[in-house]
Design a protein around this ligand. Structure first.
Ligand SMILES: O=P(O)(O)OC[C@@H](O)[C@@H](O)c1c[nH]c2ccccc12
Length: 262
């Protein structure tokens, strides 16, 4: 059986080919350059952490392949405002439709509702998508090393830099952490979830943090539910955290965000 990442990569390549047929690169690039200025995603994470406090990237996610529907009452601008009120430093917005019930419009609408920097949470397999992300207003992109080779990762990162965006380079094991270092990543996310098996284990961050590039800002991703998890991840060396499900399941998202931050 092919894993979910391979399946997603296959439909993304088709989707990008289709989008490229409908829109020339020059058009996307012009839209990227005309978009609202990047808000400084990494800078906001740096400014937001202190001893005893991790910066929060709060995720707007309706559904996922591992959990199915997570939140039925789904209003991205209202969620963005609740996260901002709760103390998030940045937002993450899923734009992938087939697996996460996301949409490009959710990024546009959530970002317009707040002043926080936003990362487009999607699966990038072509530099064309980086300019598209900026055109949608994204302040950062996600580079999932489990999905692509180093040459493509380097292309995505340089395209992000060209457009003034940060790149969050996501790793899940030692080999990927080594690749992140060689790529010169300064914003590294350790995903506690194995995207192939969906197994989540906070010990992944504890195991890999020590191997992170010395000058990188370390983000722990996935599977954080309570403040004790946050304390544990800070002790492991994380400076920021990416949290979706546990906050998306709450009725009062602002209060839950404050409680998680402690
Ligand atoms: O909902 P969680 O367990 O708090 O996880 C959030 C985030 O880390 C997760 O959505 C994520 C991390 N990397 C990804 C890559 C693609 C899609 C989703 C993700």
């Amino acid at each position: 059986m092919t894993d979910i990442l391979a399946k997603i990569a296959a439909y993304k390549r088709e989707d990008v080919a289709d989008r490229k047929r409908r829109r020339a690169f020059a058009q996307v690039d012009a839209a990227a350059k005309a978009a609202s200025s990047p808000r400084g995603f990494k800078a906001a994470l740096e400014a937001g952490h202190a001893p005893g406090k991790l910066s929060l990237i709060a995720e707007i996610k309706k559904a996922s392949p591992s959990k199915g529907l997570i939140r039925a009452d789904f209003d991205p601008p209202a969620l963005a405002r609740a996260y901002a009120e709760g103390g998030a430093a940045c937002l993450s917005i899923l734009t992938d439709g087939p697996s996460f019930q996301g949409a490009d419009g959710y990024l546009i609408d959530a970002r317009a509702a707040v002043a926080l920097p936003c990362i487009r949470k999607d699966f990038l397999v072509d530099p064309w998508q980086v300019a598209e992300s900026r055109a949608l207003g994204a302040d950062a992109i996600l580079v999932i090393l489990a999905m692509i080779d180093d040459a493509l990762a380097a292309d995505l990162m340089s395209e992000a830099a060209r457009l003034g965006m940060d790149a969050l380079v996501e790793v899940h094991d030692e080999a990927e952490m080594e690749r992140a270092g060689k790529l010169g990543s300064t914003l590294v996310g350790i995903n506690n979830r194995d995207l192939k098996s969906f197994v989540v284990d906070l010990a992944v961050t504890e195991r890999l943090a020590a191997q992170a590039p010395a000058d990188a800002l370390l983000v722990t991703e996935s599977g954080l539910f309570v403040h004790d998890d946050v304390v544990r991840m800070e002790a492991a060396g994380a400076k920021a955290m990416l949290v979706g499900e546990s906050l998306m399941r709450q009725v009062n998202v602002a209060a839950a965000t404050k409680a998680l931050l402690g």
